[in-house]
Design a binder for this molecule. Structure first.
Ligand code: CA
Length: 225
């Protein structure tokens, strides 16, 4: 049997902490929790597979915790999970060494898929670049290149592509993509995801023999190099 991976949740709100804990436990991970910055710094070690870090803690600023962990040379993948949703905070978080940034409120499914992506990829993506074949997406500058050529994307298109590239080789259903890119729900017959995928294909795959966006009939989509 594969060794179970342990995730550290640093979160002062007990309700959120136990909600995440339940989701992760159900998904087959071991979980440890810290409710303050002090406790987090006490517990943090290379033994963890991943750290989920809240920014607003009673005794410490999450950014400082993140900095301290990286300064100590601990390279465990880290996801910042916070109500702070400004682009500045997001950039700051990624700059000081977090690997991903997810804002509250969040869907547990999205957190899980980001965890999966990070654990598969290991801690080496801190540079902010996602790569699938010759397609490169920079999460910091929001630029996308295929074969060295800059591609202009709308914010929504970028968000969908980023999500798909984080989860490369994984089939994403329309509902997963919808949940990620929109805050409101569509009715079941909405084809908004298909519309966006069509637009993305036009910009990314048109003119290339190797198509990066694949349709998985009856299920959804995935990106593959
Ligand atoms: Ca908090």
């Amino acid at each position: 049997m594969e060794k179970k991976q342990t995730i550290l949740i640093v979160e002062d709100e007990r309700k959120i902490s136990s909600f995440i804990k339940r989701g992760l436990t159900d998904a087959g991970y071991f979980v440890d929790t810290a409710f303050t910055g002090d406790e987090a710094l006490d517990k943090v070690s290379e033994e963890f597979s991943l750290i989920i870090l809240d920014l607003m803690l009673p005794d410490m600023d999450g950014f400082d915790i993140c900095k301290k962990i990286r300064k100590d040379g601990i390279q465990v993948p880290m996801i910042i999970l916070t109500a702070k949703n400004s682009t500045e905070d997001k950039i700051k978080g990624l700059d000081i060494g977090a690997d991903d940034y997810l804002t509250k409120p969040f869907a547990i499914g999205e957190l899980l898929s980001r965890i999966k992506a990070l654990l598969r990829r290991g801690p080496s993506i801190s540079g902010g670049e996602l790569k699938v074949g010759d397609l490169i997406l920079n999460t910091k500058t929001h630029e996308v290149y295929r074969n060295g050529k800059l591609i202009e994307l709308s914010q929504k298109e970028f968000s969908i592509l980023e999500y798909m590239m984080y989860n490369k080789d994984i089939v994403l259903t329309r509902t997963m993509i919808e949940d990620h890119a929109w805050d409101y729900e569509f009715d079941n017959f909405s084809n908004v995801v298909d519309v966006y995928i069509r637009m993305l294909r036009k910009k990314i795959d048109d003119g290339y023999k190797n198509k990066i966006i694949k349709t998985i009939r009856g299920v959804g989509y995935k990106v593959k190099g």
